[in-house]
Ligand binder design. Sequence first.
Ligand SMILES: *[C@@H]1O[C@H](CO)[C@@H](O)[C@H](O)[C@H]1NC(C)=O
Ligand SMILES: *[C@@H]1O[C@H](CO)[C@@H](O)[C@H](O)[C@H]1NC(C)=O
Ligand SMILES: *[C@@H]1O[C@H](CO)[C@@H](O)[C@H](O)[C@H]1NC(C)=O
Ligand SMILES: *[C@@H]1O[C@H](CO)[C@@H](O)[C@H](O)[C@H]1NC(C)=O
Ligand SMILES: [Zn+2]
Length: 827
Amino acid sequence: MEKSNSVFLALAISLMLVSPSISDVKSDAKPSEIKSDVANYRLPRNLIPMHYDVTIFTDVKEPEFKFDGIVTIHLICIQQTKDLVLHMNNLTLSQDTITRLVKHGIANPSKELTPVHPVSHNYDTENEIYTATFETPFITNQEYTVEIPFNGVLNEGLSGFYRSSYTNRATNDTEWLATTQFESIDARRAFPCFDEPAMKSTFTISLGHPKHLNSISNMPLETSMDIPNKPDWVLNVFQKSVPMSTYLVAFIISNFTYRESKPSKEFSDVKFRTWARKEVIDQVDFAAEAGPEFLNFFERYFNIRYPLPKQDMVAIPDFSAGAMENWGLITYRESSLLYDNVRSSIHNEYSIANTVAHELAHQWFGNLVTMKWWTDLWLNEGFATYMAAQALNDKYNKPGSRHSWKILDGEALSNILLIFPLDSLSSSHPVSVPIGNPSEISQIFDAISYRKGSFLIRMMNSFLSPKVFQQGVSNYLDKYSYGNAEQDDLWSSLTEAGHRAKILPKDLTVKKIMDSWTLQTGYPVVDVVREYGNKKNTIKFNQKRFLALPDLKRSDSTQCWWIPLTFTSSNEKLSSSKPIWLPCDQDNSALSAHDQHDIVANDELDLNAGLKDNDWLIINRDMNALIRVNYDDKNWDMIINQLNANHTNIPTLNRVQVIMDVMEFSKLNILKYSKAFDLMSYIHKESEYLPWRSALNTLYSMDNLLKRTGPTYDYFKTYIRNLLAAQFSTQPEIRSSLEGYEERLHKTQLYSAACHFGLPECVERVQEEYKSWKSAKSVDNYIIPADMMYLTYCEHIKTAPLEEWNFLYKRYLTIDTPSRKSTSFVL
Ligand SMILES: *[C@@H]1O[C@H](CO)[C@@H](O)[C@H](O)[C@H]1NC(C)=O
Ligand SMILES: *[C@@H]1O[C@H](CO)[C@@H](O)[C@H](O)[C@H]1NC(C)=O
Ligand SMILES: *[C@@H]1O[C@H](CO)[C@@H](O)[C@H](O)[C@H]1NC(C)=O
Ligand SMILES: *[C@@H]1O[C@H](CO)[C@@H](O)[C@H](O)[C@H]1NC(C)=O
Ligand SMILES: [Zn+2]
């Protein structure tokens, strides 16, 4: 660790200059043997890395794209072994150039004063594990350095150390850059390493490259030096990192430029820069402004300072994921970072802000505290997804302001719209799936992991209360800083906070609750049956897994969940923020008498005077739990009557929920469609964005079913036009702008629906706008409002002749606004 950079660098440079002949390890590698060891893709724990010095020389040039490197790993031996076992993939190295040196504090100094080389080596292709065997063993408690020269090729595969390119629009030249993407298991493609998340270590990265390019890495630049005999080259040495996992290491060599964010009062010491190729550098301003705001929000929320001196964010032309949270050097796909003030829509703004916040949340949840193994990746991703919504809410939801935007409610709906259909299939999977070989990761991490993960975290936030939840998370991050943890560690921090605040029943743990949600597939439907005309006001509950296609062969009847029940009703006595638990155990005797009033016994709850016979009742206030709820007929009718009389008495998210549930139950013949349409009929009076979004979602799916039914479809369209007409008439013209975010989203949503279902007024307005644009003196100067661009072009092209299609496509190719290009037309 203490090896000075200058000594090391001299070595590295000389190595590069003499360019030793390095034999291809593949030529003498033995085929991998199946070891009896079950987890042969896991590294043994005999040797533990403490520090890496990584130096890589890269000439980002066609056609070779080669790099040469040397890594010096400082190790401590935990258990005696002759084998150095580490990860490597698609690199070339030679046993003869690997050296091992005993570090100071030598247990037995006479034994080994000069560097030694391995006597044999082996490469396991399948598991990407390289083993170098030494004649004398590594000795327990002794520190060593091993030095491994290697070389490789910048690949085109978007993982490891790879090359990316773009066209310089001024010259039409292809410009190249070299960049990295290591998560989950591709650090080993850039340098040999112990490539497992729990093997944290510090890193000193040094990058040699031609002078006309610049380089960045996780940490700030320490020194920049000339390279002997390479006058056009520079060697940039970066500061030593904090202890971190290999998958978070990153470096980039490019010709990019950057904008520096204005320092904020709260963290003037974090240098924040946002990078992109020169042509689109004007599009980084939005992210450069939002980034520090989010960083600042997370510092306050987690109550832990951002631990690095700087944060860089970079837009990469070729990038496989949306973005990657490398510590201090976040990489993005261009469309996930670049925002054009005129041509990007509100959806683009949301998605860029959301991605930036997601990656910044990872700097704590993921980077500072990392999962022990990939099994808990869902927690990393679910948490970052959830925290991003919190940060956006802080930025956009200013109660009382015209610009207020209820981000958390919108995010909850977005998530549930994805989870409900996927997770109601018997083929779904639990959020938490044991991962063996990391190669399984990509098959498992999908919307369920991110979105259901996020929704379940939101559920915890609500049953623990935001303050207690925040305290528990902050304690957890503090306790495991620079270390690794697993899901049960978070559960116990949250349980502790919940019990201290007396918000969680004494004998109930977060683990017990959350295991029922994260280890099981699916989500429950709760049947609620009220008994009328009895003084106790008894409510009977029954829970079972909700399946869209009931699987007759498999009995899921034993599945159950710990459900936090919350209520809303026409009777105000019934609203309490503290949930009553619908238990999963049939046997509640384990729970003490003290807790009984927090837990529903025998699936029955007596509300006594809490509810009158003619009060409507809705379970799951604000859609806090991931459940569907079905009611007895009389209660449904009371809900429907209330909606039609005055819907604002029912909270927004509960309107959203009853719409989703009643339509789904009708589809499955659990309720009659007449009930669904009685309920839906209130929507013509609804002026809010989210209930309409929920309604349109179900109507579009019905649209798909009825599309080819001829006259029936016409009736259906007429019906929807009638529902839409009143609200559409309240919407402003295409070119008049709205201030509020939700108003803008609602306008786009209503226009899209109205045009889709053929409301004449909408179709006319859109065609008119298209005509104005097309007949403008210069189509470059006539800008269709960004939120309405997609709709306008698509509505027009639906019926336009081929030459119009060609015209629009050519325009599309000339525009350099990635955020628009990825989702829709930009012209
Ligand atoms: C790396 O992968 C590429 C493409 O699969 C292959 O052509 C090349 O030979 C590999 N190099 C090494 C050193 O394994
Ligand atoms: C670049 O290529 C395009 C398309 O081939 C051409 O129209 C343009 O004039 C070229 N520009 C330069 C600077 O060569
Ligand atoms: C880098 O950018 C500069 C100025 O923008 C340009 O003159 C030069 O040609 C570029 N070179 C490379 C290799 O990208
Ligand atoms: C509907 O209920 C809300 C809230 O109780 C009330 O403010 C509003 O005046 C009612 N509207 C009508 C039309 O009765
Ligand atoms: Zn993430």
